[in-house]
Design a protein. Structure first.
Length: 258
């Protein structure tokens, strides 16, 4: 009876965990995208639950592996006894069936642990998507309160003043983040002063332009990172005569007239 309970435990726990995950993800998705902390909290809890389940399953796997090893050793002894004519062959066949069952249970437990790895990756991906959606909402919504860190100047221009200092020395950190996220270099179109800014008459020496549309997937992730780091920026959705030649993200404080 004890063996039956142990062998059925992984399937039973997996069923309960799957139900918990589906309910948790549904709850997270039903929350407003702008409430990032509320979305992240259930996701974190689900990851913790899944990891706890993994730890218990791994302990079960160790027990099952030990049972398989013992059954294998016993089977070798029985084969020798059958060869010597000391026991009936039917006893050997029963032990072979028991060993096959133990091996199947062990393989099932290992597969369920692998599936839980996939669940964790899915939960984390959902949480990251929620953060990206929240960043998109912040980009399009007018901020509230009397002390504004950001503002929607016009439909085509969004400004974030930042909460920390900015210098060109911060660029390497942004480049590293972008490369880690997308496996490619940050698509800068101007680092410091350029011929275009000379023609427009702006001092761009302490700013960087990134050739990304603010509403693109990569643009939203970059903007979310800049806001989290308190880095000021301007997000242009379209060309602005005399100011911007096209959609891009200007990292740094606004440029002043030369």
């Amino acid at each position: 009876m004890d063996k039956v309970l142990k062998s059925s435990k992984p399937t039973y726990v997996a069923a309960i965990l799957t139900l918990l995950l589906s309910c948790g993800l549904a709850s997270a998705q039903s929350q407003p995208a702008e409430k990032t902390s509320e979305v992240a909290q259930p996701s974190s809890s689900l990851v913790d639950v899944t990891k706890e389940y993994q730890a218990r399953s791994q302990e079960l796997v160790r027990i099952q592996e030990d049972a398989v090893n013992k059954a294998t050793a016993k089977l070798d002894e029985l084969r020798q006894l059958v060869a010597e004519g000391l026991i009936a062959k039917v006893e050997l066949e029963e032990s072979e069936q028991q060993l096959a069952t133990l091996r199947k249970q062990l393989e099932t437990s290992r597969q369920e642990i692998a599936e839980s790895d996939k669940r964790i990756a899915l939960i984390q991906a959902e949480a990251e998507l929620a953060k990206t959606k929240a960043a998109a909402v912040k980009l399009t919504a007018k901020p509230r309160g009397s002390s504004l860190a950001s503002s929607l100047i016009r439909p085509t221009l969004f400004r974030y003043n930042g909460s920390g200092g900015w210098s060109m020395g911060n660029l390497s950190g942004i480049q590293t983040f972008f490369y880690n996220q997308f496996g490619q270099s940050l698509p800068t179109s101007a680092v410091g002063q350029s011929g275009t800014h000379n023609r427009l008459g702006y001092d761009h020496r302490n700013a960087v332009d990134v050739a990304l549309h603010p509403d693109s997937a990569q643009g939203k992730v970059l903007i979310n990172y800049l806001q989290n780091q308190g880095i000021p920026f301007l997000a242009f959705r379209a060309a602005v005569p005399g100011v911007a030649t096209g959609p891009h993200i200007h990292i740094g404080n606004p440029s002043h007239r030369i």
